[in-house]
Every structure is written in structure tokens, then in C-alpha cells.
Ligand binder design. Structure first.
Ligand code: ATP
Length: 274
């Protein structure tokens, strides 16, 4: 696969080297086109800084970061604080901002904006002032503004943090669909129940990579039977499906798969009864 980012011994600081301490140290990571990567870690571990570095918004102060410049040009990011990203006065103005930059004909914009709003499940009028939206609705608005451009690379920083369960599921489905259509997604999260959406987990601890592997290995470790895992070592709890599976394994039941998502657990358990 085509590498989009290749970090070699990269140190990353938030601002110019002279006024900011290094946040990420000696990162060695390669992320390829088409990957869906979950970036996890406790508060302050450096998830947002990594996304900023990938988006070109943070300083690489040591080592190197090689990027596929042509692909990266279209990258779209949704960061944690939606208020800092909303640029339009109304919903329509905000979502269409990226289209204006791409010189999309004005006549095409209403349909594209409508589709993006429907896709993220934000049911508000186009002329609604953006400042009237709730925190979660603003998060969905930013997501609509990111996907309306048809971007092939999405950087999402805890995009479901402010969402109710239905909106959270809807946004996860959107990400899944975009990924199936080839979009590269880097998704920072603290919600262990969404780690299984990704094909790869990068866990950060104190600015360093503490784990890089599949969601299954993150939740079950290398042995699979013991109730310990990189997930627990990093201070997180197993999501429901993993907790149940660990208990079934501890009870001696022969699970053929290692579920990470609830829907995977729902397939594994009936197989035990056959
Ligand atoms: N604007 C800033 N100025 C100075 N230090 C900052 C700034 N933003 C973040 N930091 C520091 O950089 C480190 C990493 O922060 P970062 O936001 O990348 O972590 P995070 O894993 O995304 O955290 P969270 O889960 O709380 O969002 C922390 O030690 C934090 O204090």
C-alpha cells in the first residue's frame, strides 16, 4: 500500500521549537493509504498532537516525517473543540466553506451540503445560525464540513465525545462506510467500544508509542487467555464484548474468535451452543 505518512524518530512540539516543549518523542510510524487507525491513550498522552502532526499543524522538531504531499493536500480534520473550527455564520455557510475553496459551482452546493448533513444525521435547517447548535450538533456540523469535500483522508479527534448514543452510532457508521470506500481514517478516541472499528490501534503513553497492532491483540494480548491486555495496562477498561469474552475464556469455553465489537460477540456466542 502507498504510505501517506512515514515518521522516523520524529519528535513533535506544538509550536515553534523555541516556545514549546516536545510532546511526542522518537515516533517510528508508517500509516498507509486506506488504513483505519484508532489512536488511543490517556489524557495528555499526545493523541491530538499526533493528529496535528499528521495534518501538518504541529512542528516536527527532530527526526523526520515524510508525507505523500499530493494526497495530504486534501486532508480534512475535525478537532476536539468545534467552536474553534466553525467558520460560517449559518449551517449552510459553514458546510459549504470547503466547497468554495475547491471552486465548486454554487448551483451544486445545496445538494452536496444537504447530502453531507444527512450523512452525519444532522437534522437542522441550512439557514440556522451555527451558534444556535448544541455542542454535539456542532461536532456533527464539523464532520459534515469535512466529508462534504469528498476527502480521501480524515483526521478525527474524539469525534463522538459529545454525542448521544444514537448520533455516536450514526457517526461510526459513516466512518465505516467512508473507510469501505477507500478513505483513510485516523481516529483519536478514549472510547474502547469504538476501537474495534479500526484495523489498527496505536496507543500512546506519555508521548511515546506504547502499542501498535490489531484491536484484537490490544484487547487480548498475545496469549489470549489471561484477563490482561495492553488495553488494561494502559489504564483503560475492556469494552463489554471483550469483558464477556474474557470471562467465557476464563470459564474454559473454546471461543474460536476474539470479539472486540458487540456485533462480533453476538456471532461468537451462538457458535458455542452448536
Ligand atoms: N496549547 C498547549 N500548550 C502547551 N501544552 C499543551 C497544549 N496543548 C497540549 N499541551 C500538552 O501536550 C501534551 C499532549 O497533549 P494532547 O492534547 O496531544 O494530548 P491528548 O492525548 O490528545 O489529550 P486529551 O485526551 O486530554 O485530549 C499534554 O502534556 C498537554 O499538556
Amino acid at each position: 500500500m502507498r504510505p501517506l505518512w512515514n515518521l522516523k524518530d520524529a519528535d513533535v512540539a506544538l509550536h515553534a521549537p523555541e516556545d514549546s516543549a516536545t510532546v511526542l518523542r522518537r515516533l517510528n510510524l508508517r500509516i498507509d493509504e486506506g488504513e483505519f487507525v484508532a489512536v488511543v491513550g490517556r489524557n495528555g498522552s499526545g493523541k491530538s498532537t499526533l493528529l496535528r502532526a499528521l495534518g501538518g499543524f504541529a512542528q516536527v522538531t527532530g527526526g523526520e516525517i515524510a508525507v505523500d504531499g499530493e494526497m495530504i493536500r486534501g486532508v480534512r480534520a475535525v478537532f476536539q473543540n468545534p467552536d474553534a473550527q466553525i467558520v460560517g455564520e449559518t449551517v449552510f455557510e459553514d458546510v459549504s466553506f470547503g466547497l468554495e475553496n475547491m471552486a465548486v459551482p454554487p448551483g451544486d452546493m445545496p445538494g452536496l451540503v444537504r447530502d453531507a448533513l444527512a450523512m452525519v444525521g444532522l437534522n437542522v435547517r441550512g439557514d440556522e445560525p451555527a451558534e444556535h447548535l448544541s455542542g454535539g450538533q456542532k461536532q456533527l456540523l464539523c464532520m459534515a464540513g469535512a466529508i462534504v469535500t469528498g476527502t480521501r483522508i480524515l483526521l478525527l479527534d474524539e469525534p463522538t465525545a459529545m454525542l448521544d448514543p444514537a448520533s455516536k452510532s450514526a457517526l461510526q457508521r459513516v466512518a465505516k462506510r467512508l473507510h469501505e470506500n477507500g478513505t483513510t481514517i485516523v481516529w483519536a478516541t478514549q472510547a474502547m467500544d469504538e476501537v474495534g472499528l479500526a484495523g489498527r490501534v496505536i496507543a500512546l503513553r506519555d508521548g511515546e508509542v506504547a502499542f501498535d497492532g490489531t484491536p484484537e491483540r490490544f484487547m487480548y494480548g498475545d496469549g489470549g487467555e489471561a484477563p490482561s491486555s495492553p488495553c488494561l495496562s494502559l489504564g483503560f477498561r475492556h469494552p463489554y464484548a471483550v469483558e464477556v469474552a474474557h470471562r467465557l475464556l476464563a470459564a474454559g469455553l473454546p471461543l474460536r474468535e476474539r470479539p472486540v465489537l458487540d456485533e462480533q460477540l453476538l456471532k461468537v456466542v451462538p457458535a458455542l451452543c452448536r
